[in-house]
Write a protein that binds this ligand. Sequence first.
Ligand SMILES: NC(=O)c1ccc[n+]([C@@H]2O[C@H](COP(=O)([O-])OP(=O)(O)OC[C@H]3O[C@@H](n4cnc5c(N)ncnc54)[C@H](O)[C@@H]3O)[C@@H](O)[C@H]2O)c1
Ligand SMILES: [Zn+2]
Length: 360
Amino acid sequence: MVQNVVDVGPAPTYPVVVGAGLDLAEAVAGSRAPGPAVILTDATVGPLHAASVRRSLESIGWRVVEEIEVPAGESSKSFETYAGVIRRIARAGLTRDGALFALGGGVVGDLGGFVAGTYMRGIDLVMLPTSLLAMVDSSVGGKTGVDLPEGKNLAGVFVRPRLVAADLAWLETLPDAEISHGLAEVVKMGFLDGGGFFDALATLEAARNRNLDALHSLVLHSVRFKAAVVTEDEKESGRRAILNYGHTIGHGLEAAANYGLSHGEAIALGMMAAARLSRERYGLDLTPAHQNLLTAAGLPTSVPGFDTEKVLRAMSRDKKRRSSGAPNHRFVLLEDVGHPAWDVPVTEEEVLRVMESIVD
Ligand SMILES: NC(=O)c1ccc[n+]([C@@H]2O[C@H](COP(=O)([O-])OP(=O)(O)OC[C@H]3O[C@@H](n4cnc5c(N)ncnc54)[C@H](O)[C@@H]3O)[C@@H](O)[C@H]2O)c1
Ligand SMILES: [Zn+2]
């Protein structure tokens, strides 16, 4: 079994271990001494994978004091679920030397990270990402939190996990559509990074069909790229913003479709729009490359229609959270593959024009 380790900084770094059929006991044993553990998972992932995780932990001396399953899906990233989870952990008597193991997709990772970062002012967190999106994106970089009725991810903290262990074998049970959603972030990072990562996007179709070598290589490229970006700018005071490529219009579409569009689908469309804006700004036409790669990943590149006013309203709400009164939207655009520009001001008229280009 090939296994790779990527260290995420700034120092002190934490390791992300990637491989198919990982020896979880060994990875965890290498990260810290055993103690009391809580496994947090969701109602889909728990029955599939929690028992083997528990066995691995117990085999190296951990004592699992509580196993908590939240309902699967974004609705569990809420204050209500957070309160329920943290109170259960308190009732189980988890001590400060304990650790929380977050076994699941981005929802469990974000929720579990917030719980670990705040329970007794912070206990150890181990991320066990089971969705492709969580492996390539959400488990790396330390952002954790929950949604509020007022907006997504509005309450949270940065938490450095002790360890991230991504076993590609977990993906065997992940539905096809979720593979495509994760690949949307992979395509995004391939365009941002360029070079060998961009070339590796030629294996997208194989990855979509669950070829393990292709998945391994794309997950590894993504983790390395995200680790490099986060190491340079952990708290997003600058360059980390490039990871929002495709997300400005994407978030607007996602909100306007009342979550009828998945995040991956919405950012695929957002990247198509951003590619058109990039062509207008910098002259280079990367839209055919976007079209081909997103299609290979099983993602949409146009939609039958949407309420543009609603998208704009959602985008303005997003914008208000960043700065007050700025006249323009701020975009990440591509001067070329591997050459992103961020914080690029774009007018509402331009946004409207490119939004029309993604309606089929
Ligand atoms: N913290 C960050 O930096 C960051 C970055 C990107 C996204 N996110 C967050 O991540 C979340 C989305 O993550 P997601 O797409 O993983 O969603 P998710 O956690 O809801 O998982 C998607 C679905 O797949 C199921 N699933 C996961 N792994 C499985 C497996 N191995 N087998 C079978 N089913 C499995 C889940 O039960 C769920 O139904 C969003 O809340 C988003 O805000 C966070
Ligand atoms: Zn995203």
